[in-house]
Design a protein around this ligand. Structure first.
Ligand SMILES: [Mn+2]
Length: 349
C-alpha cells in the first residue's frame, strides 16, 4: 500500500502525523467543508474524520454550511451513510481544533470566521496567503481532488477503507475530473484505480444516475432558452435557482457545445448571484478570471479549468438580477478579449 504513495505523499503524511502528535488528544475536532459541499468536499471530510478517529483516536464532528443541492450529492450522502451536521447548529467553543478540507481560511466560502485560524487545512485550490497562518497545511494544486490527498493519508496510516468509503473516494475523483476528461494528476488516477476494486458498483450507479426533481428540468429549460454567446464563449443565465449547484452543472453542460472553449452560467440564490465558468483550455487560469469577474464586491475561486464565485444581489432585489447578469457577461467577454457588443442570442434554428 505504502508502495503506491509518492515520496511527496509519504513526506506530507509524516508531517501531518507529527503535527497530530503535538495536539492535545482530548481536544475535539471539527472538520469543515466549503459551503454547499460537492462530492470531493464531502468525501475529503469523511475520510479525514476517519483518519483522525481510527489513526489518532480523536473525537470528530463533520459539518458544512449551506445545502447539499445536487440530487447526485444527496444520493451519495444517503446511500453511503455519510454523517454531517449543519455548521450553524454547532457551537464553535465545543471544538478545540478546526480542520478545513477542499477550501481555505478567509475565502468567504466556508463557515470558519475570518479572524480564527484553522489547525489543519487540506486543499487542492491555489494557495491563499492567509492559509500560511494555519498550524498545518497540505496544499496540492496539481491534484484534481482533495479526496485524493486524504485517501493517501488513509493508506499511509494503514487504515483499511470500508466499501462505502472506497465508493465515496472513487465517485469524488470521477465527479471532480468529469470522468478524467479534465486535468487529473497521476496520484488521482492511482488512488481512483486502487479504490475502484473495492467500490460498490450498484451504489455508484445509483449515485451517478439519481432520480431528478421536476424543478431540475424546469431550470434546464430556462438555461437552454437563455443561450447567448460571442466567438468561442457560450453563456446562459437563470433567475432564482432551486439550489446553487445547478449553476456549475449548467456551465459544464454548455462547455460541451461544439466550437466553444469557455462557458459561463449565473443564477440567483439567497441574495447572491452565483456564477461558474469553465474552459477547455488546460493552460488557462479560470480562478484568476473568476476573481477579476466578480471584482472586489464578490468572492470567487477555483482551479485550472473550473471556477465558481458570487456577487451580492444588487439593491432592487430579484428585478435587478438581469442587469447584473448583463454586466457579468459583458465583463467576461472583455476579460477574454472578445467584443461585448457582439454578444448575441444563440439558437439552432
Ligand atoms: Mn475539490
Amino acid at each position: 500500500m505504502i508502495g503506491m504513495l509518492s515520496e511527496l505523499a509519504q513526506k506530507r503524511f509524516a508531517a501531518f502525523h507529527s503535527h497530530m502528535e503535538a495536539t492535545d488528544p482530548r481536544g475535539r475536532w471539527l472538520v469543515l467543508t466549503h459551503d454547499n459541499p460537492d462530492p470531493d468536499a464531502l468525501t475529503a471530510a469523511t475520510i479525514l474524520a476517519k483518519v483522525l478517529r481510527s489513526g489518532f483516536r480523536r473525537r470528530v464532528t463533520t459539518a458544512y454550511r449551506g445545502i447539499i443541492g445536487r440530487a447526485e450529492n444527496q444520493e451519495m450522502v444517503r446511500s453511503l451513510g455519510m454523517e454531517f451536521s449543519q455548521a450553524r447548529r454547532l457551537k464553535r467553543e465545543s471544538y478545540r481544533y478546526v480542520a478545513l478540507v477542499d477550501c481555505q481560511p478567509a475565502t468567504g466560502n466556508n463557515p470558519l470566521p475570518d479572524d480564527l485560524a484553522a489547525e489543519v487545512v487540506i486543499d487542492h485550490h491555489p494557495r491563499r496567503r492567509r492559509t500560511l497562518a494555519s498550524a498545518f497545511h497540505d496544499l496540492r494544486e496539481d491534484y484534481a481532488a482533495s479526496a485524493t490527498i486524504v485517501a493517501e493519508y488513509l493508506l499511509a496510516a494503514g487504515i483499511p477503507a470500508t466499501r462505502r468509503e472506497a465508493t465515496a473516494i472513487v465517485y469524488a475523483i470521477r465527479s471532480e475530473t468529469l470522468d478524467f476528461s479534465r486535468g487529473a494528476d497521476e496520484a488521482d488516477k492511482r488512488i481512483h484505480d486502487h479504490f475502484s476494486a473495492r467500490a460498490l458498483p450498484r451504489l455508484l450507479g445509483r449515485i451517478q444516475n439519481p432520480r431528478l426533481p421536476l424543478n431540475y428540468f424546469e431550470t434546464l429549460r430556462e438555461a437552454l432558452a437563455n443561450l447567448r454567446g460571442v466567438d468561442t464563449l457560450i453563456m446562459s443565465r437563470l433567475g432564482t435557482v432551486p439550489q446553487p449547484d445547478i449553476v456549475p452543472e449548467i456551465a459544464d453542460l454548455l462547455l460541451r457545445m461544439e466550437g466553444r472553449t469557455w462557458s459561463l452560467c449565473s443564477g440567483l440564490y439567497d441574495d447572491r448571484v452565483y456564477c461558474s465558468i469553465r474552459t477547455t483550455n488546460a493552460r488557462a487560469d479560470a480562478s484568476r478570471v473568476m476573481r477579476r469577474l466578480v471584482g472586489r464586491r464578490g468572492r470567487g475561486g477555483g482551479h485550472g479549468m473550473i471556477a465558481g464565485g458570487w456577487i451580492p444581489l444588487a439593491r432592487g432585489g430579484e428585478a435587478a438580477v438581469p442587469r447584473q447578469q448583463d454586466r457579468l457577461e459583458a465583463r467576461l467577454a472583455t476579460i477574454l478579449r472578445k467584443d461585448p457588443n457582439r454578444i448575441a442570442p444563440i439558437s439552432g434554428a
